[in-house]
Ligand binder design. Structure first.
Ligand SMILES: C[S@@+](CC[C@H](N)C(=O)[O-])C[C@H]1O[C@@H](n2cnc3c(N)ncnc32)[C@H](O)[C@@H]1O
Length: 523
């Protein structure tokens, strides 16, 4: 790598000052703040110095206090691996003994994947979606997803890993602590209960494990580590530049192979349904082609990016020879991004509420095939970086799955407002809600058909809106099940949309959002 362009260098002095802040936080019981400050301190510590061992030892002690003994043991092991002064060894041995003595009393994490599971057998070639989903194509929608079997509200239809992903961090944003880079793994975007390890080179990049560190370095960080400040200037194109690095790595740095994949994607317009992703062999190239086809070629102009490519030997050479293709690739990535990138809200130990800023963006090859309706029948939520697709009202065999691209659907926004928000997608929505100009569920426009169900739906809906009534994850999961059952039993196509069915649908959405985004709980 060439000369480091970040203006700051590792410094044990800065690291020590952060460590002392963390020790103070821990002393007054602010354990989450302490862990973040220890992470910051780790990032600033000079490589191969005993300071790093000391920080891991301190972090181990905090995890011990939090009753997270496996994390404590992990940090003891990390401390021992580092260059350390002999006098911390005794402390580590003592702490280790205490952890083993108490390991059976440690807090158990609530694993969201015990709850979010596919509701039907998995597709054999695409094991992350259920086996009755298909992709079709027509003139109006382009590609679209349908089901060969009826589906019910509450069913989980897909659990998909992002293909491209990007952690959006801002160390200076104090208003939203979740945008602090010392919270999340730069590779998988998970918070790992703040048990992160620092990059040896820069001051802000952390990983959750050696495996993620190796993968992150191989896929993108080898190019980015010493130019993080330069990359900030790429503004909107930051993610496109990241995707170029990742794609180049997938092609083993062979740009001719990347060109070939782009040509093949343009020619065949493949989706993931064209591939067998159950095979253990590396299928990144298949996925990359499927991702590149997710564009309607919106007009995008890339600004001059030469400054990004001047600091790395290979990139500089590629830029001189292949500037035109690289620009074309960045444009394509931007076109894909406009249509298909989804915010990732992290789960974090220090998240205080359901509503918080996204910590990153991700793109999902399957879920991106869903078209839009302002009265959707499925919803997407990102749990722990994976996209979970949930059925929010009954769907007949043969029907298309529709997602709502604009968060709130016809329940809250006027038709004009919705169309404005859909502008980037280049189509005019003619869904049921737009055709009939439904707006605002509480207005008089929608009829009430079953008054008994309406009373139940209305009370439940109002209860869920009440900010004083905060649901636990467990309660939200139970209620999602309850409302799904009532909706499934009372749904009739002839009466939808009516107030009570739409309200029940909204209750289900709200419960799933709460179940996914509530602060992490322990059993
Ligand atoms: C995320 S992609 C969905 C998959 C897309 N149909 C494809 O073939 O790749 C979004 C694009 O799909 C099309 N689309 C989505 N919803 C639509 C709708 N309700 N009516 C017509 N076209 C729609 C638009 O071209 C939009 O830009």
């Amino acid at each position: 790598m060439s000369k480091k362009l970040n203006d700051q260098q590792k410094s044990n002095k800065v690291s020590e000052s952060q460590r002392h802040k963390a020790l103070h936080d821990a002393k007054i019981g602010k354990f989450h703040e302490a862990l973040i400050n220890f992470n910051k301190s780790l990032c600033h510590a000079e490589s191969n110095t005993s300071t790093i061992a000391l920080i891991y030892a301190n972090r181990a002690a905090v995890y011990y206090q939090l009753n997270l003994h496996d994390k404590s043991l992990n940090n003891i092991a990390l401390a021992r691996e580092c260059h350390h002064n002999a006098d911390i060894l005794n402390d580590l041995d003592e702490l280790e003994e205490k952890c083993y003595e108490n390991i059976n009393n440690q807090l158990k994490y609530d694993d969201p994947w015990e709850y979010f599971k596919l509701s039907y057998p998995a597709n054999k070639r695409l094991p992350f979606i259920i086996d009755c989903l298909e992709v079709k194509n027509d003139k109006k929608y382009g590609r679209y997803v349908t089901t060969t079997q009826p589906l019910n509200a509450g069913d989980i239809l897909a659990i998909e890993e992002p293909f491209f992903k990007f952690l959006k961090v801002d160390p200076d944003d104090n208003e939203y602590p979740e945008t602090n880079p010392y919270n999340y793994c730069a590779n998988c975007l998970r918070d790992n209960y703040l048990d992160l390890i620092p990059c040896d080179g820069c001051l802000t990049t952390m990983f959750c494990s050696r495996k993620c560190m190796e993968e992150g370095n191989r896929m993108f960080h080898q190019y980015e580590c010493n130019i993080l400040d330069v990359l900030k200037e790429t503004d909107n194109f930051r993610m496109a530049v990241r995707n170029f690095f990742v794609s180049l790595s997938i092609c083993n740095r062979n740009i001719d192979e990347l060109k070939r994949l782009m040509d093949e994607s343009d020619e065949k317009n493949p989706t993931i349904f064209n591939f067998d992703l159950s095979l253990c062999e590396n299928n990144s190239k298949d996925l990359l082609m499927a991702m590149m086809s997710l564009t309607n070629k919106t007009n995008v102009r890339v600004k001059d990016m030469s400054y990004v490519f001047q600091h790395h030997k290979l990139l500089k050479k590629l830029w001189t020879k292949e500037k035109e293709f690289i620009n074309k690739f960045l444009e394509r990535m931007m076109q894909v991004e406009i249509l298909n990138f989804h915010g990732i809200k992290g789960q974090s130990l220090n998240a205080k509420s359901v509503f918080r800023k996204c910590v990153g963006d991700g793109s999902y090859a399957f879920c991106s095939l869903l078209n839009h309706s302002c009265c959707p029948n499925v919803m997407r939520i990102v749990v722990d970086n994976r996209m979970v697709l949930i059925c929010e009202r009954p769907i007949k065999a043969g029907e298309q799955l529709f997602d709502c691209y604009i968060g709130d659907s016809f329940y809250y926004k006027s038709k004009e407002h919705r169309q404005e928000e859909l502008e980037d997608y280049n189509f005019t929505c003619d869904c049921l809600a737009c055709e009939n100009d439904y707006a605002d569920i509480l207005s008089g426009l929608l009829p009430v058909i079953n008054h008994q169900i309406f009373r139940l739906a209305y009370t439940s809906y109002k209860d869920l809106q009440d900010p004083r009534k905060v649901l636990t994850v467990e309660q939200a999961r139970m209620l999602a099940k309850k409302y799904s059952l009532i909706l499934n039993q009372n749904f009739s196509e002839n009466s939808y949309p009516c107030k009570e069915l739409v309200m029940l649908q909204l209750c289900i959405v709200k419960c799933f959002l709460t179940a996914a985004f509530s602060p992490i709980t322990f059993k």
